[in-house]
Write a protein that binds this ligand. Structure first.
Ligand SMILES: Cc1cc2nc3c(=O)[nH]c(=O)nc-3n(C[C@H](O)[C@H](O)[C@H](O)COP(=O)(O)OP(=O)(O)OC[C@H]3O[C@@H](n4cnc5c(N)ncnc54)[C@H](O)[C@@H]3O)c2cc1C
Ligand code: SF4
Length: 511
C-alpha cells in the first residue's frame, strides 16, 4: 500500500476542484496538502488585501474539499518557504510520490523540482489546464518568428479555438482588431453612472482572515476596509455574470479612460479570480462572446475583452516561461534609482499618481492604463531599478502573480528586456494623461509646461527621456514622430528641460 501513496499538492493559486491535480484522485492512496506560508506573503511586502484574498480563498477551498470528504492536510501559519514545509511533510508521512500542477511561479517550480531530486521523489508535475496555450505550443509558435508580437499570436489563438471567427473562417466583423474604437476618454462632464461591481458578503471565514491579517500583517501596506474580492468559485461565477450583464457594454470604449474616484471604471475586475483558478478563461471568454449577440453589444467591446484574455493573458504567460529567469534580471536601460517612498503611501503632489496609488492602497486594484501609463510610465521615465518596480507591482495588486505581473511590468511597462515583445517603450508625457483623464484639473502642476516650478514632472521627464535616448527613438518609424516633435523644441529649452529633470530625479521622494 505505502508504495502507491501519493501526496497531492494544491497551491494557493490552483483552487479548482476540476483541476488537473485532482483528475485521478484515489481516496485509498492519495492525500491532499495545502500550505499557508507566511514566507510567501513576505517574499515581497504584500498588500494586506492580497494576503487576505489568498488566505480566504484557500480556506474556502479547503472547506469545499472537506465537504467532499477529500483527505486533506491543511497547514496554517508556516514560517518556512512552501518547498521546505513540503519536505518536512513528505519525510514525516514517508511518501515519495508527489503530484502537483505546474506552479505559475518559476521560482516555486524550480524549488519543487530541486526538492524532488534531493529526496529522490517521483514527481508528477502536470500541465496547467487553465490556459488555452501550452508551453510547447507557445515555444513552437515563437521558434520561427523574427519578432514576437501579440497580434499574430492572438490571431492564431482566435483561429485555433474558433473564437469570434465567422463561418468562412474569417474574423467576425472583417477585422481582427478594433483598438481604434477602444481608446476614448470619458465625456468632458465625466463618466456618468457606472454600474457598481458585484458586492460580496464577508462570511465567517473571510472575517476571521481579515482579523488575522490586520493583526499579523499590521505593518504591511494597504487597507482591508474595502475588501470585496470573490473568494469562492460561486462568488467568482457571480462576479463574471454580473460583469457580463451590467458592465461589459462599455468595457471597450472606456478601456483606457481614467477619472478621479472612479477606481474600476467599466473593467471586469476578474483577474484575481482567473489567476486563483476560481474561473477558467474558457468560460470567461465564452460568456463574453455569448453576451455579444444576447445583449446586442458592440463587436469592438467584445473583441477588446477577448484580446485581453485569449491574447495578452496567454501571450505573457508564454513569454514568462520562455524567458525566465532572465526576464527578472533584465535592465535594458541600466536604471538604478530607488522607487520613491510615496509608491507605498500615495503621498505625492502629482494628482494622477496620488489617485492611482491611493486607490491601489485602498482596493489592491488599478486598471491596466493606470498601471501602464501612470505608475509604470513614471517608473520608466524616473529611471527606477526594474526589480524594485516589479516587487512593488507583485506586492500591491490582488491579482498579482509573477507569471503575469513580471512580463507586464518588466517587459511592457519598463522595456527592461529591450523590446523582446513590444515594438517601442510605452512612454507618454502629461499631455496623454490630460487627454485620457481629469487628473490634471486638480493638480498643482501643468501638463503642458516642460520645465520650471509649475512644470508637470511627467512631461519634464518624458522630454528628458527622449533627449537621452534620441537615437533609439529616431531609429524606429513607430517612434520617429516623437523625436520629430523633440526637434521642434529650441536647444535652450531642451537644456532647461535636462537641468530641471536632473533636479527632479535627484529628489524623487519630494514630488
Ligand atoms: C505594470 C503592469 C502590471 C500588471 N500586473 C498584473 C498582474 O499582476 N496580474 C494580472 O492579472 N494582470 C496584470 N496586469 C495586466 C492588467 O493590467 C490586469 O490584468 C487588469 O488591470 C486587471 O483588471 P481587470 O480584471 O479589471 O481587467 P480587465 O481590464 O477587465 O481585463 C480583462 C481581463 O483580461 C486579462 N488581461 C488584461 N490585460 C492583460 C495583460 N496585459 N496581461 C495579462 N492579462 C491581461 C486579465 O485577466 C483581466 O482580468 C498588469 C499590467 C501592467 C501594465
Ligand atoms: S499635471 Fe502632470 S502630474 Fe499633474 S495630474 Fe497631470 S500628468 Fe499628472
Amino acid at each position: 500500500m505505502s508504495d502507491h501513496r501519493r501526496l497531492i499538492l494544491i497551491l494557493g493559486d490552483q483552487l479548482d476542484l476540476q483541476g488537473a491535480a485532482l483528475r485521478d484522485f484515489d481516496c485509498r492512496t492519495d492525500e491532499i496538502i495545502m500550505i499557508e506560508s507566511a514566507n510567501e506573503a513576505q517574499h515581497v511586502w504584500s498588500h494586506k488585501a492580497k494576503i487576505a484574498l489568498f488566505l480566504s480563498a484557500m480556506r474556502h477551498f479547503a472547506q469545499a474539499l472537506e465537504e467532499r470528504q477529500y483527505p486533506l492536510t491543511y497547514i496554517k501559519g508556516a514560517t518556512l518557504p512552501i518547498a521546505e514545509v513540503l519536505r518536512e511533510q513528505l519525510l514525516n508521512k514517508k511518501i515519495s510520490h508527489l503530484v502537483c500542477v505546474e506552479p505559475g511561479e518559476w521560482r516555486l517550480k524550480k524549488a519543487i523540482e530541486a526538492l524532488a531530486q534531493d529526496l529522490n521523489l517521483e514527481l508528477e508535475m502536470r500541465e496547467d489546464d487553465h490556459f488555452y496555450c501550452s508551453h510547447q505550443e507557445f515555444i513552437a509558435w515563437a521558434s520561427n518568428k523574427k519578432e514576437l508580437r501579440l497580434e499574430y499570436f492572438y490571431r492564431l489563438m482566435r483561429k485555433t479555438h474558433g473564437v469570434l471567427i465567422d463561418s468562412d473562417g474569417n474574423p467576425e466583423g472583417g477585422q481582427w482588431n478594433f483598438d481604434q474604437d477602444n481608446r476614448k476618454p470619458y465625456p468632458k462632464k465625466g463618466p456618468g453612472m457606472i454600474d457598481a461591481p458585484a458586492a460580496f458578503e464577508l462570511d465567517a471565514i473571510t472575517q476571521e482572515v481579515l482579523k488575522y491579517v490586520s493583526t499579523s500583517y499590521a505593518d504591511h501596506p494597504g487597507s482591508l476596509d474595502s475588501f470585496n474580492w470573490p473568494t469562492t468559485r460561486e462568488q467568482a461565477l457571480e462576479a463574471l455574470h454580473y460583469f457580463v450583464e451590467y458592465r461589459l457594454r462599455n468595457f471597450g470604449v472606456y478601456q483606457d479612460a481614467m477619472w478621479t474616484d472612479t477606481p474600476f471604471g467599466w473593467h471586469s475586475i476578474l483577474a484575481s479570480s482567473l489567476n486563483l483558478r476560481l474561473l477558467n478563461p474558457r468560460e470567461v471568454v465564452d460568456a463574453v462572446v455569448m453576451a455579444w449577440k444576447k445583449y446586442s453589444l458592440d463587436l469592438s467591446t467584445v473583441e477588446g475583452f477577448v484580446r485581453q484574455v485569449l491574447g495578452w493573458r496567454e501571450f505573457v504567460r508564454g513569454m514568462y516561461y520562455m524567458d525566465m529567469p532572465k526576464m527578472a534580471q533584465d535592465n535594458y536601460y541600466e536604471h538604478k534609482r530607488a522607487l520613491p517612498r510615496w509608491y507605498w503611501t500615495g503621498q505625492t503632489k502629482m494628482a494622477c499618481m496620488k489617485d492611482a496609488i491611493g486607490q491601489t492602497l485602498e482596493f489592491a486594484y488599478a486598471h491596466h492604463i493606470q498601471r501602464l501609463m501612470v505608475t509604470g510610465n513614471f517608473a520608466l521615465l524616473a529611471e527606477i531599478l526594474p526589480s524594485e518596480v516589479c516587487d512593488w507591482y507583485l506586492a500591491i495588486y490582488a491579482d498579482a502573480i509573477e507569471w503575469v505581473e513580471l512580463p507586464n511590468t518588466a517587459g511592457m511597462a519598463l522595456f527592461a528586456n529591450g523590446g523582446r515583445f513590444t515594438s517601442k517603450p510605452y512612454i507618454a508625457s502629461g499631455a496623454y494623461i490630460k487627454r485620457m483623464s481629469n487628473y490634471c484639473n486638480s493638480c498643482q502642476y501643468k501638463p503642458d509646461v516642460r520645465y520650471g516650478e509649475t512644470a508637470c514632472p511627467i512631461t519634464t521627464l518624458y522630454w528628458n527621456f527622449l533627449i537621452n535616448h534620441r537615437a533609439q527613438f529616431e531609429a524606429s518609424p513607430r517612434t520617429r514622430l516623437m523625436t520629430a516633435n523633440l526637434n521642434k523644441i529650441a536647444i535652450e529649452d531642451q537644456e532647461a528641460i535636462q537641468l530641471h529633470a536632473q533636479k527632479i530625479l535627484n529628489h524623487l521622494d519630494a514630488l
